[in-house]
Design a protein around this ligand. Structure first.
Ligand code: FUB
Length: 309
């Protein structure tokens, strides 16, 4: 992490925590693309950072933020903990990410636009000794590049990593825009272990999140555009995945939607972003919100009721 970021992070840690009505943060940050990690009785929320001045142009995203809470109501702001400039191979666009713990280390998988030697979006991974870092590029090169998976002219193929560790300790990386894919990760969490496999998911756009509840695996994703979050289930992390329908409708005036699903202290949560929750919010000025998630007795999910609308 750069020294500038360290200073910012330390400064923002001093800010008072606030109550957790939707959207979560209405002060200094526009937040998007949430991912959450439960560790040692605390939820760590990793988000993108929308810095666009209005909703007319495109995303302006340069770094990733971290927040934490022990009660899902009061959130501590830890500021930017990773930036595109921490990846020597990247040139911009700090898009969706997810962090996970393995053997006492914390791996933060991120999306960024690769420099011109390998044009297109790429996925990288940073590593740290705590959920708050400090984090550094774990490889010095991207883990997934567009030239590894270039089966369409879409240079956004390789975005939105979701990492999952199965009960036997095997880690998997899922990702994709338009073409969903997954691959095994080696025990070091920084290299692929085997081929990249396609996934068969109807109307897939992006934003995969994989989790397990009981014996069932869940793969949720953004579908169509404007995006709804839909989901599929399987009895194996390798599929086949059975499509189960809509979990969350289009969120406010944001055509993108992006979710994280966690269980924390006996309750289930659906974490997402919306453009509607703040007066000048919208497509490129999004805000993270959290609502409860409820499972039916047969393992299917009830549709999320958005209190951010
Ligand atoms: O925030 C930039 C991109 O928009 C993300 O990578 C997608 O999931 C969508 O939210």
């Amino acid at each position: 992490m750069t020294s500038n970021l360290k200073t910012l992070a330390a400064g923002s840690l001093m800010l008072a925590a606030s109550a957790g009505a939707n959207p979560l943060f209405t002060d200094q940050y526009r937040t998007a693309d949430p991912a959450a990690l439960v560790h040692d009785g605390t939820v760590y929320l990793y988000t993108g950072h929308d810095e666009a001045k209005d909703n007319k142009g495109f995303f302006k995203m340069n770094d990733w933020l971290v927040f934490s809470s022990t009660d899902m109501v009061n959130w501590q702001r830890h500021g930017p903990r990773l930036s595109v400039t921490d990846f020597s191979w990247a040139k911009g666009d700090a898009w969706a990410s997810q962090a996970i713990e393995k053997d006492g280390k914390f791996y933060w998988y991120i999306t960024a636009r690769h420099k011109d030697d390998k044009p297109g979006f790429a996925i990288g991974v940073a590593v740290g000794d705590s959920p708050l870092g400090p984090f550094k590029d774990a490889r010095g090169s991207a883990l997934i590049t567009n030239d590894m998976t270039t089966d369409t002219p879409n240079d956004w193929d390789d975005i939105d990593p979701s990492v999952f560790i199965d009960d036997d300790g095997q880690a998997y990386l899922f990702w994709g825009n338009t073409k969903p894919r997954y691959a095994k990760l080696k025990a070091n969490m920084t290299e692929l272990d085997g081929p990249i496999e396609p996934l068969d998911l109807p109307d897939f756009t992006e934003a995969i999140w994989v989790h397990k509840k009981g014996e069932l695996y869940y793969l949720s994703y953004a579908s169509d555009f404007p995006e709804k979050i839909v989901y599929a289930t399987s009895s194996s992390i390798k599929g086949p995945w059975q499509y189960r329908g809509i979990l969350n409708e289009v969120a406010g005036n944001s055509p993108t939607n992006h979710q994280a699903i966690i269980e924390f202290k006996g309750k289930d949560y659906f974490i997402y972003h919306t453009g509607a929750a703040q007066p000048d919010g919208g497509e490129f000025r999004r805000s993270v919100a959290i609502d409860r998630l409820y499972y039916n007795p047969d393992g299917t999910l009830k549709r999320v009721v958005m209190t951010s609308e």
